[in-house]
Design a protein around this ligand. Structure first.
Ligand SMILES: NC(=O)c1ccc[n+]([C@@H]2O[C@H](COP(=O)([O-])OP(=O)(O)OC[C@H]3O[C@@H](n4cnc5c(N)ncnc54)[C@H](O)[C@@H]3O)[C@@H](O)[C@H]2O)c1
Length: 330
């Protein structure tokens, strides 16, 4: 009997590429699908010669055809960073809506189990802290972040509808800020933004007064959570993230210490609808999956910093991060 097949969309992205590694390691045959709108072949170059890996350059908002059987589908294709979804808002809505619909149809046809990547952004600027899965969120549908937040909320909704009305085996993960090697240095997310600024010898920019909080999960911990959720029998959304919360000002100081930069922190206006606090309640993941994050931020940051240091100098000086201020003010 041949190996069981897994389709991973967004395979050339940060999380998708780590998922490809994990499923290959678990002995599956992996089909990675990506249209490369925000991803890079660099992230999966090490897999291209493997017999058990195949890459489809394809946009999942178009009809998706896969020959033969499929055991699992992991839908991770979507612009994911603020700079990306502010720049390509329509594609972001389409991949959450048409893309998810296409993949649910494929899962139904193949009798495959599908896991979709949702996000803590479905909670918007949360009024409940920490965020439990029962909280419905506080999202501005027409604000700049609405294209991402509402696309993901629709994705959850259509996924539950396929589960309820077509008996499809579905899993929904709500991912909180995750970091690690293969993130893009200039994608507007706070962690690569700070490290990039430190590496370029620029001051670290904090938007707002720095009292807003985030909690960062190392990518290996997240991948373990995804794997366990996929194999579980739980169809409702599950938060996966690291509840170790930190203010953005404190985080900037941690990065200054880590990188040894002699630069300082400067403060700029907070973009519209920027969440003031973020911290997952992971009781469900603990109880249902026996999952807790294992990697300490100090250790995870060291690995990530080494990765960024190893990149070409050219990547370090790409200016895409500067667009963030421009687009977030529209
Ligand atoms: N990284 C995080 O902290 C985080 C947090 C919450 C949710 N997520 C979710 O996880 C998923 C992956 O995020 P990431 O951080 O790896 O982002 P990423 O940008 O690195 O990866 C996304 C990938 O999807 C691809 N893609 C986008 N639209 C596509 C389309 N129409 N067809 C085919 N491929 C397409 C991109 O080219 C890219 O390779 C996203 O769905 C995101 O919403 C990530």
């Amino acid at each position: 009997m041949g190996k069981e097949k897994v389709l991973i969309t967004g395979a050339a992205g940060f999380l998708g590429s780590h998922l490809c590694d994990r499923f290959l390691k678990e002995g599956y045959e992996v089909i990675g699908m990506d249209n490369l709108i925000t991803g890079s072949m660099d992230n999966i170059a090490h897999l291209m010669n493997r017999e058990d890996f195949e890459f489809y350059h394809h946009d999942v908002t178009k009809y998706v055809h896969i020959p033969g059987e499929l055991k699992y589908i992991l839908h991770f294709a979507s612009p994911a960073s603020p700079i990306d979804y502010l720049k390509i808002p329509i594609q972001t809505l389409k991949v959450g809506a048409h893309g998810t619909h296409n993949l649910l149809g494929l899962a139904k046809d193949k009798k495959a189990r599908i896991l979709v990547a949702s996000t803590s952004e479905v909670y918007g600027d949360p009024l409940v802290h920490p965020q439990t899965e029962e909280y419905y969120g506080n999202v501005n549908p027409i604000g700049p972040r609405g294209v991402y937040d509402e696309a993901k909320r629709f994705m959850e909704s259509i996924t539950m509808a396929y589960h309820t009305y077509h008996d499809l085996e579905t899993r929904i993960i709500r991912i909180f800020n995750t970091y690690g090697p293969r993130m893009r240095l200039n994608d507007g997310r706070v962690l690569p933004a700070f490290i990039g600024q430190a590496l370029r010898g620029e001051d670290l920019t904090v938007f707002g007064d720095g009292s807003q909080t985030r909690s960062f999960c190392y990518v290996d911990d997240l991948v373990e959570g995804i794997y366990r959720l996929l194999l579980s029998d739980y169809a409702k959304p599950v938060n996966i993230g690291n509840p170790d919360e930190i203010t953005i000002s404190e985080f900037a100081e941690e990065i200054i210490k880590l990188t040894g930069t002699s630069q300082k922190v400067i403060y700029k206006d907070l973009p519209q609808d920027d969440p003031k606090q973020r911290k997952p309640d992971i009781t469900k993941a603990k109880e249902l999956l026996g999952w807790t994050p294992k990697v300490d931020r100090v250790d995870g940051l060291k690995i990530t910093y080494e990765y960024f240091k190893s990149l070409d100098r050219e990547k370090l000086f790409q200016t895409e991060h500067k667009d963030f201020e421009k687009y977030s003010k529209k």
